[in-house]
Design a protein around this ligand. Sequence first.
Ligand SMILES: Cc1ncc(COP(=O)(O)O)c(C=O)c1O
Length: 452
Amino acid sequence: MQSESNNAKSKYPDATSQSARLHRRAQQVLPGGNTRTTVFHAPYPIYAKSANGCRITDMDGVERLDFLNNYTSLIHGHLNPGIMEAVRGQLALGTCFANPTESEIALAEVLCRRTPSFERVRFSNSGSEAVMNAIKAARAYTGRPKIAKCEGVYHGSYDPVEVSLDSSPESWGDHAPARVAYSAGTPQSVLDDVVVIPFNETDLANSILEPEAGSLAAVIVDIMPNRAGLIPARAEFLNMLREFTRRHGIVLIFDEVITFRNGPGGMQVEWGVEPDLTTLGKIIGGGFPVGAVAGRAEVMEVFNPGKGKPPLPHGGTFNANPVTMVAGLAAMEQYSAPAIARLEELGERAREVCRSAFRSAEMPGQVTGHGSLLRLHLTESPLKSYRDARHGAADRQRFSVLHASMLNHGVFMAPSGLMALSTPMEEADIDRMGEALLHSLKELRRHDRETD
Ligand SMILES: Cc1ncc(COP(=O)(O)O)c(C=O)c1O
């Protein structure tokens, strides 16, 4: 798809494009030309120039539908008028102070009204920081050292939650998931304090957790982890984790950095399980850097500085900065129950047009996800957990063909096949994405034949 006002044609990759040129320039000052691993894709990423609503324009003037929305964070797409007005208003007053502002109270109040398990909130600047703070809070509250997390699940850039993030068949062990370092140089002591459980395998996970109960501060889980395939948690799996953690006085943390967009109170309300703490990010900042921990007042009390040194001192120069707070407030106020219901209907339509594209292209594939999130898979095998959904080298190669073709057909999605909708989208935008996918799957089929 190309815009009517803009006839620039996308041909990706193209060594003469502005994006390719910028990537060469970037390599002189940034390692690999990159400052955010997740936005790199070979041979070079597309450099953004501007965006409006659900459309994004690159440095070569090519406009595409934005089905990634800064990795799910722009719930209202780009340049939402309400958010822009709130931010402009705050810019005129000052951007950050060594004082609290009313805006942080207002955003915390909105969050606490949305989700019953939120009694207190603590802001930071990223989802990774939120996860770090939640784990530190659990340790301060319980006095125990270890955490449990699921194999293949991403919770941001923090050593303990990176353990076994990209385990492979060579490293993951036969039965209970092995503890595998993600980044080079991870100390053994980090691995020793992490218990890895298989997502959605209730009995095996329970049998791994029970012997560790006395030393566990927290179990952290994402109800629908993207990196593990965007497969929703089974109710019995979450119920087991809730019952196990409650019985042993362990803090149950739900990471809703991505999934908080689903349902008016996040996926925990829809799934009917209340955690002790929840980590948030992405949409609650209205397009500005944000993170938050929200949860039970008794656990959150570890942050309270009102009675002398708190068990968990927590600073942060830009925590709850008013630009983020007013943007987040404007975003959340507009994300009403009817707006959510409409977006989730579009999500159903998006998953259906993808299924239909797989059928029409006669390509094996399926789509996972829920609400306004979806993820493509190039296999028909049943998907339950990370090990089923993981991309090997051949899958990565096929996805890079699909991704390039989607770019050339006017749709910007993640190279992994993740897509996230935004409220400015219309049914016609969803259908255009489906047409682009159909063309791209046919192209992939030709590629598969040629490389057979
Ligand atoms: C589930 C989940 N948790 C935590 C994070 C980390 O958030 P941030 O990138 O803001 O540090 C992410 C980021 O994508 C995420 O998807």
